[in-house]
Each structure stands twice: as structure tokens, then as C-alpha cells.
Write a protein that binds this ligand. Structure first.
Ligand code: ATP
Length: 358
């Protein structure tokens, strides 16, 4: 498998505003690549440039080794699924899926029998056989989603671009569709480039995720690495739940956070040489009542403010003793609850490798 998509040093300016800045990446054939970032970071602009709806100011888009310069959207080997799906409400499921093929049937001399068998195969693949005659307005959100994907995939694109396609669904359906989309992509093997502001969608579905911030890529990595080894403070704070602490002063070996938590320099030296400005600790990295013999585990006391139980997880909202710093702790499933009560003091530890400093 080689690279199917290469983006080289791509920038987009709107007058003096830079929406996309020096973006460089490639996507492997058959991969599921997500671009994750908050609203306004430039995701849609980047996707529209790949699709050819918008021109870049600088840089190159290359698909299967061919530069897309001057190639209009309808001639690019890509298809796009929009957030609002853009289905035709007056058409039934089959007519929606057939739309693109019917448009090119004359030009490409497609036979009716071939069109029909392609549509049947695609409806089967997305689990919509039996729904052909239904109006799309009578379908559920998840079913409409599948019609939109089938309508794009039936055109056999080299790359399917997806612009927040789960954004309009309710939470439960979104959870379900995440798994469905991932399975569908693996089964059909088409390369997906997916943009989202929802980190859980990106982490669950993708082989590779690019975290985008202010028009630039901060890190491109596997979901696991993004979570475990963030390379910038933005990624550490943006991907997953975390506790963030800003350092306010350093005096010799003593460091103090803005909220008055006193640490020694050696507590923070495992993941960053020099003096960091900010550090992060994941709630699940905190160890309750650690054994004093544990190596490289810093220990401190917290006061339990409140216990947060959401059905599958228990979290403790705490304050680090002798400071104003709040610390969220996620308890393991098999946690012992002896001594875990609001207002009580708790001994907590964190392995120095789990303190990410920047
Ligand atoms: P969202 O998730 O909200 O859609 P996004 O990450 O997709 O956000 P873009 O739509 O790519 O962000 O927009 C990036 C920035 O570029 C925004 O600040 C936006 O206002 C600006 N922008 C986008 N299109 C234009 C345009 N045609 N003219 C001027 N500015 C634009």
C-alpha cells in the first residue's frame, strides 16, 4: 500500500487572515485519517481544497501521484459527504443513491444493468436493502447517514471526504454510527479523510489523527500515541480529559503552580528537560494510597471535595493540600472505597512518566 493523498506545504489566506498554514501530510491507501480540531481551526477549508471547491494560496494536493492543480471538483477522484448530508428529499433511497451514476451514464456509456447491480451491491453493503422505495424523509438519522455514504461510495472514489457527518445525530446514535462507519470503512477498503471537532469520534475510528489548531497541524499520530505521548501542550490539553497546571514561579529546586502547589524540580524532570511552563496529569494516572516503596512515584495529599458517579465511572473532584489546585481523579473499576468520603484527606501518587511537561 502506498500514499494515496499527499498534501505539501499547503496554505490558504483570506485577505490577511491565514486559515490554513503550511500543512504537510500524507494518507496511506485504505487508511482512515481524521483531522481533529475545534471550530474555526481550518478543517473545512482544508477539506474543500482537497475536493477542489476552493483553491489553495500555496502548496500542492497530490492524489495517486498526480497533482490536482487546475483539476475541477467533478474530475477529482474524490467524493464528499457533507454534515447536512444534502440528500434529495423528493427522491426515494434508490433514486438518491443512483443520482451520481445517472448523471455520468451517458458520458461513460454505463449500461442500466450495471448501474442497477452497483446500486444493489452498495445498498446491501450499507444495510439498506429493503429500503429502496422509502422516501429519505421517512428514514431515521442513521439510515439517512447511510444513504449519503452509499450515494458517495457508489461512484467508486479513491478517497471519501467526510465533513462532520455525525454532527447532526443525537449522542446515542452517534456512538453507534462511529462503530458502523469504522467497520464499513474496513470492509470496503476506501480511504476515508474525516473531519471532526469530536475527539472521541477521531480516536475511535481512525488509524491516524491530525490535531489541527489555528490553521496548523500540531501532531499527526495514531490515536493511542496522541493520547499517551502528546508532543505539544495544545494536544495534551485537547485530547482526552486531563488536569492542567501552570507554573508561576521557580526558586532553585522549588517550583510553584499558579494555584500554590509546591513541587520540587525533580518531580517534573522525567518528561521534559529544563523548567516547564505547564504540566498535565490524566485523571486515570493517579494512584490512590500508593505503596511508599514505588519507584519514581511522587506522593502528595488531596482533600476530597465531591464524588462524581456517572454509572460506569467514579471520579473524585479534589483539592491538592496546602494549595488551591483542583485535581480530578478517576478511580479504577475495582477501587476500594474505604476512606473515600467527601471532606476526607487521601494520599495520592503519580508516576513521573505520567506527568507531561511542556
Ligand atoms: P467549523 O468546525 O466551525 O466548520 P472549521 O475548522 O471547519 O470550523 P473553517 O470553516 O475551515 O473552520 O474556517 C477557518 C477560518 O477561516 C475561520 O476563521 C473562518 O471564519 C475563515 N474563513 C473560512 N472561509 C472563509 C472565507 N470564504 N472568507 C473569509 N474567511 C473565511
Amino acid at each position: 500500500m502506498g500514499k494515496i493523498l499527499e498534501i505539501k506545504n499547503l496554505s490558504k489566506y483570506f485577505d490577511d487572515f491565514t486559515a490554513v498554514k503550511n500543512v504537510d501530510f500524507s494518507v496511506e491507501e485504505g487508511g482512515f485519517f481524521s483531522i481533529l480540531g475545534s471550530s474555526g481551526c481550518g478543517k473545512t477549508t482544508l477539506l474543500r481544497i482537497i475536493a477542489g471547491f476552493q483553491q489553495q494560496s500555496e502548496g500542492e494536493v497530490i492524489i495517486r501521484g498526480q497533482s490536482m492543480k487546475g483539476i475541477p471538483p467533478e474530475k477529482r477522484p474524490v467524493n464528499i459527504v457533507f454534515q447536512n448530508l444534502a440528500l434529495f428529499p423528493m427522491m426515494n433511497v434508490r433514486e438518491n443513491v443512483a443520482f451520481g451514476l445517472n448523471r455520468i451514464r451517458k458520458r461513460q456509456k454505463l449500461k442500466t444493468a450495471d448501474i442497477n447491480s452497483k446500486i444493489n451491491e452498495m445498498l446491501e453493503r450499507v444495510g439498506l436493502n429493503g429500503y429502496e422505495k422509502k422516501k429519505v424523509t421517512d428514514l431515521s438519522g442513521g439510515q439517512r447517514q447511510r444513504v449519503a455514504i452509499a450515494r458517495s461510495l457508489v461512484m467508486n472514489p479513491s478517497i471519501l471526504l467526510l465533513d462532520e457527518p455525525l454532527g447532526a445525530l443525537d449522542r446515542k446514535l452517534r456512538e453507534h454510527m462511529k462503530v458502523e462507519l469504522k467497520l464499513l470503512q474496513k470492509e470496503i477498503g476506501t480511504t476515508f479523510v474525516y473531519i471532526t471537532h469530536d475527539q472521541s469520534e477521531a480516536l475511535v475510528m481512525s488509524d491516524q489523527v491530525a490535531v489541527m489548531h489555528d490553521g496548523q497541524f500540531e501532531q499527526i499520530d495514531t490515536p493511542r500515541n496522541l493520547y499517551k505521548n502528546p508532543r505539544t501542550s495544545f494536544v495534551a490539553g485537547f485530547v482526552g480529559d486531563t488536569n492542567r497546571f501552570e507554573l508561576a514561579s521557580t526558586e532553585g529546586d522549588s517550583l510553584m503552580t499558579k494555584g500554590g502547589w509546591k513541587l520540587s524540580r525533580s518531580d517534573l524532570t522525567m518528561t521534559s528537560p529544563g523548567t516547564p511552563e505547564v504540566f498535565f496529569i490524566r485523571p486515570e494516572a493517579l494512584i490512590i494510597n500508593p505503596d511508599s516503596s514505588m519507584n519514581d512515584v511522587d506522593q502528595f495529599e488531596v482533600m476530597i471535595k465531591t464524588i462524581l458517579f456517572d454509572g460506569s465511572n467514579t471520579k473524585l473532584s479534589t483539592i491538592v493540600n496546602d494549595s488551591r489546585e483542583e485535581l480530578l481523579i478517576s478511580l479504577p473499576q475495582n477501587a476500594q472505597f474505604d476512606g473515600i468520603e467527601e471532606g476526607h484527606t487521601l494520599n495520592v501518587g503519580v508516576h513521573r512518566n505520567d506527568v507531561k511537561c511542556f
